[in-house]
Design a protein around this ligand. Sequence first.
Ligand code: FES
Ligand SMILES: [Fe+2]
Length: 346
Amino acid sequence: MTESLFLKNLWYFAMHGSFLKQGKLIAKEVLGERIVFGRDENDVPFALKDNCPHRGVPLSQGWYDGKTLQCCYHGWKFDHTGVCTGIPALADETFDTKKIKVFKYPCKEISGTVWVYIPQNKTQLQGADEHIPNLLAPASKKFLFVEKVIMPADIDHSVIGLIDPAHVTFVHQSWYWRSAKKLKLKEKKFEPIDLGFIMKRHKPSSNSKGYSILKGETSTEINFQLPGIRTEHIQVGKNEIISITCLTPINDHETELNHIFYTSLDFVKFIWWPLRQLGKQFIHQDLGVFKKLGEGLKSKPTLMLLGEPDAQARWYHELKRQWDLSQQSKTPFKNPVEPKTLHWIT
Ligand code: FES
Ligand SMILES: [Fe+2]
């Protein structure tokens, strides 16, 4: 079976909740679909297909008073569930406008972040209750926003760049973080979880100086899950730090990367500004190499995934194929990853 580029019937990170203000609409392309996001009167986010069912004008180009969306072309009105509530030019008062509907995507706010479910089939949304992203943070807590960038690459290249251990030495070199001169053999244990795999809890490596400012017993656990979510959970004594990178395909040549952060450590609010700059720097280092990669890929060279440093990238493709298979055959997803210890030098 050939692997499709976009996985359907899954939840995708749409935006940090702070961007979605009441009374405002935000249009986004997600997996090549145009979607308009907003908040209803109760501040609950919603997501609708961003085309007026009349003649297709984006609803995001119209008006929104926090209750009713109105198309800018002929003024048709819709509520936030997508139901048409008024057609100004229509004299026939017996016509039931409620028969006209804009497709409403399942949409959820989780710990201050907005997610959207992209179905394979718009009449079958039953799967939306499954595989809701688990951000590991308490539900009442909010993630802070670190950065958003557009990677000039498809989702597969972007994911592989995210879970690839070997680039760290060369792309993320910084005098205060780590240096290419002190390479070490790493040995990491992996296991399958839900829709992905987890690098089991371990002590942070001694050539990552960034960890050394943390007091108390420190350990870290990193997981990756379809469609493109990497979660790093750091335990510091009784406290926790959660750093999440989410990849959302825009279309077949651009992918949005969002980085969010949560910690129960109180002092972090005093160092949030420099910490955020550090996070942004990391992301822009990746973006820098992706621009070069984009140049290289124009000539469509043949590529390879080699040895244990690329094992996670191979697992990603296997996970994708299994997800596709389970959705097409309507059978439960079987995680293809086996527990394994991987080695690499970084
Ligand atoms: S296109 Fe939207 S009302 Fe006509
Ligand atoms: Fe990176």
